[in-house]
Ligand binder design. Structure first.
Ligand SMILES: Cc1cc2nc3c(=O)[nH]c(=O)nc-3n(C[C@H](O)[C@H](O)[C@H](O)COP(=O)(O)OP(=O)(O)OC[C@H]3O[C@@H](n4cnc5c(N)ncnc54)[C@H](O)[C@@H]3O)c2cc1C
Length: 478
């Protein structure tokens, strides 16, 4: 390791290599605090050439490496298993170009999502993928996780907004994939890299699509007695042909946590759930759509429907929604944020079962989620120092995933698989399916040097798919 540390210091300068135990501790986990692993070192390169040299140095010393953004991931994706080196991308934080005529921006991966929004607003544009963590998370992390957010319902996830990228391959070669014009001949390798959770290389540049700011945006608040009625309203709104920009549900326990926090927005603490509906587009159309949404909410049993009076109130509602996970820090030291998707029509029954599972295990379970996408986030507040409670949290989490899969859903909507859900991949994919994905991974990274131990099961399947066991070490990259 000493030889590698010296090589890294020569590439990026000694100040940009962290190896003291107290420095490494910061990188022990991401937002999923129950999975942890200490890296051997953390290196902070400042440009693509340094990234490529760092990758080559790690390879020469036989040490795996892990790309990392802000570490807000919720599936253990950015932790360094096998004593790997973390390649932290926060110094690659420049917006290289904003091209309003072509509605694109060229950015480095360490740019924080909200910083891009701020930078392009003056051009009458916005970057649509808006994870609730957008004040901290990076565009590189967003691309690696194919992140979503409230606006995903209308605008799509990150994969719909990345046109081209630059990637340092796991052998240190630098490639450019895709095209700024949005179509590129040949295989859609941008599509393969987006959502690959840092297993195919280190992103060093992204060309992203920008969208025109809508003429008008309004936010409506439907106040319901229970979360199941709010889910019914979601089904009715979508079935009617409306496509709101966002359809989000916040349940009673979450409202209580938010209203007791700095994110308080005046949400009714006696409601069973609120449904936040954002409509955007031409002013006339938005006004008509608001009335239709109001009618659907009332028909589904809403006690009251309110519309944000001005931009300030609208921002307050969204700050409350996006601050909900943070506000839950008031309830317990740890929060397990689950993430699964079910067909929208099954939301009411699945939500009932999720709540029953939480109650049966005696857990503090709350729900705040992208209802329009059927993307659930059952959140369990707990204390990981209590081993018995942690065991109940894990058991409940597995039951919730199984219920979602039985309902025709999948095990992650936006937080990725990481270390958290790798064993559950078998719930949705056969060995043949997983084998195809493994072969794609091996084409980029035959030695599994880049972010090893993520995404794929470690059980029997993984033994079979181990690159060495299957002879992938003989596959040439060229
Ligand atoms: C409070 C809170 C709210 C959240 N809300 C949402 C939400 O609404 N929607 C959502 O989708 N997610 C959400 N998340 C999860 C998380 O913020 C996203 O997954 C985000 O995209 C991670 O970005 P990051 O920069 O923190 O990446 P990290 O956590 O550092 O890394 C995530 C993954 O990306 C890889 N990676 C990072 N940078 C690179 C790079 N340059 N090249 C290649 N791979 C890279 C890592 O290896 C890892 O696998 C939330 C998290 C928190 C804590």
């Amino acid at each position: 390791m000493q030889g590698l540390l010296a090589a890294l210091a020569e590439i990026v300068g000694p100040a940009a290599v962290l190896a003291r135990p107290e420095e490494l501790l910061v990188y022990e986990a991401d937002g999923l605090t129950v999975h942890g692993a200490l890296p051997s070192a953390v290196v902070l390169p400042s440009d693509k050439t340094e990234v490529a040299r760092v990758v080559r140095a790690c390879r020469a010393h036989g040490v795996p490496f892990v790309p990392r953004g802000a570490g807000t991931g919720l599936s253990g994706g950015a932790i360094a298993l096998e004593h790997g080196v973390v390649i932290e991308c926060s110094r690659l934080n420049r917006i290289l170009r904003i091209d309003a005529a072509n509605r694109i921006a060229v950015v480095q991966p360490g740019v924080v999502n909200a910083e891009l929004l701020k930078a392009v607003a003056g051009h009458g544009l916005f970057y649509a993928p808006d994870p609730s963590s957008q004040l901290a998370c990076t565009l590189g992390g967003n691309a690696a996780e194919n992140s979503g957010g409230p606006h995903t319902l209308k605008y799509g996830t990150t994969t719909n907004h990345v046109l081209a990228l630059e990637l340092v391959l796991p052998d240190g070669e630098i490639v450019r994939l895709g095209s700024p014009v949005g179509v590129a001949p040949g295989y859609d390798l941008v599509g393969a890299v987006v959502g690959s959770e840092g297993t195919l290389g280190v992103l060093t540049e992204l060309t992203v699509r920008l969208s025109p700011l809508p003429e008008r945006a309004d936010t409506l608040l439907g106040i319901f007695g229970d979360v199941v009625s709010a889910c019914r309203a979601v089904g009715a709104i979508i079935a009617s042909g409306l496509v709101p920009a966002a359809l989000e549900i916040v349940d009673k326990r979450t409202i209580a946590a938010v209203e007791a926090s700095v994110y308080a927005a005046g949400l009714p603490t006696d409601a069973g759930a609120v449904l936040l509906v954002e409509l955007d587009g031409p002013a006339l159309a938005v006004a008509r759509q608001l009335e239709r949404v109001r009618a659907h909410c009332l028909a589904a049993g809403a006690h009251e429907v309110a519309v944000a009076r001005d931009a300030e109130e609208r921002q307050r509602f969204w700050r409350a929604r996006k601050g909900a996970f943070g506000a839950m820090g008031r309830l317990a030291p740890d929060l397990y944020v689950h993430d699964a998707v079910v067909p929208r029509a099954r939301l009411p029954e699945v939500l009932e079962r999720v709540c029953e599972i939480g109650d049966r295990h005696g857990l503090r379970l709350s729900n705040v989620f992208h209802a329009g996408d059927g993307n659930l986030h059952p959140n369990i507040s707990f204390d990981r120092r209590d081993r018995e409670e942690l065991a109940r949290v894990t058991a409940a989490g597995e039951e919730i995933l199984r219920v979602c899969v039985e309902a025709g859903g999948v095990i992650s909507g936006e937080h990725g698989i990481g270390t958290e859900k790798r064993e559950y991949m078998r719930l949705v994919f056969s060995d043949a399916d997983l084998g195809a994905m493994c072969r794609l991974r091996a084409a980029f990274d035959p030695e599994h040097a880049c972010n090893p131990g993520k995404v794929f099961p470690t059980t029997r399947f993984c033994m079979e798919s181990d690159p060495k066991a299957r002879g992938y070490e003989h596959v040439e990259l060229a």
